[in-house]
Design a protein around this ligand. Structure first.
Ligand code: GTP
Ligand code: MG
Length: 197
């Protein structure tokens, strides 16, 4: 699956212009700068498929990537980015919410959480939305290269504890690093299983 050719499909600024639904869709959501676009590149083994930046607010549209016809990977704008103009942030959040609630072929959402910080209130809001909309999701911890092993184990345990009672959450938590590649094989395998379901 990930050995195949990945292609950029389209960038959708609003849910009115989403591409046609084709096969299974998987979306990456999370705070600005958490590493969504970097994870797209790391998973697909491409250095510049998705645009990344040290500055938060890089991705401003829903970006669709397609592999073999049966799979779409969606990179999304980040939430919780205080420095962007408020009307812009409101528009992104509305688009993210509308997409997550209304996309019928959305098979799984990966919610990216910075391994240094764990789940924050702004993340919990997105988890609430996914639970209410009954969209199944799993947590990916990003930038795990930035934390000590013992701290990583603590944040994994704390994260598992926080999602235990959430109805749409998968219990498994994926620690990853897009710099160095830790945990990517496990995440690719999990995505391959979703496609096979
Ligand atoms: P927005 O599009 O602004 O919401 O951000 P994003 O979530 O797409 O983040 P992006 O992938 O652009 O990465 C943000 C910054 O984090 C960049 O400077 C990346 O190099 C860095 N980064 C991403 N993944 C990792 C990682 O695994 N380890 C480390 N150390 N840095 C990372
Ligand atoms: Mg991005």
């Amino acid at each position: 699956l990930f050995a195949g050719e990945w292609k950029f499909v389209t960038a959708a600024p609003t849910v009115d212009v989403l591409p046609p639904m084709q096969g299974v869709e998987i979306a990456l959501v999370g705070r600005s700068n958490v590493g969504k676009s970097s994870l797209v590149n790391a998973l697909t083994g491409r250095t510049a498929l998705a645009r990344t930046s040290v500055t938060p607010g890089r991705t401003q549209e829903l970006i669709f990537f397609r592999c073999v016809p049966e799979m779409m990977l969606v990179d999304m704008p980040g939430y919780g980015f205080a420095k962007a103009p408020k009307d812009k942030v409101d528009a992104w959040v509305a688009t993210i919410r509308a997409y997550l609630r209304g996309r019928v072929n959305l098979a799984r959402v990966f919610v990216l959480i910075d391994a240094r910080h764990g789940i924050k209130p702004v993340d919990a809001e997105i988890l609430d939305l996914l639970d209410k909309a009954a969209v199944s999701y799993a947590i990916v911890l990003t930038k795990s290269d930035q934390v000590k092993r013992t701290d990583l184990e603590a944040v994994i345990a704390d994260t598992k504890d926080k999602i235990r009672r959430r109805p749409a959450a998968f219990p498994e938590v994926f620690p990853t690093s897009s710099h160095g590649g830790k945990g990517l094989a496990e995440l690719r395998a999990a995505i391959a299983r979703i496609i096979d379901e």
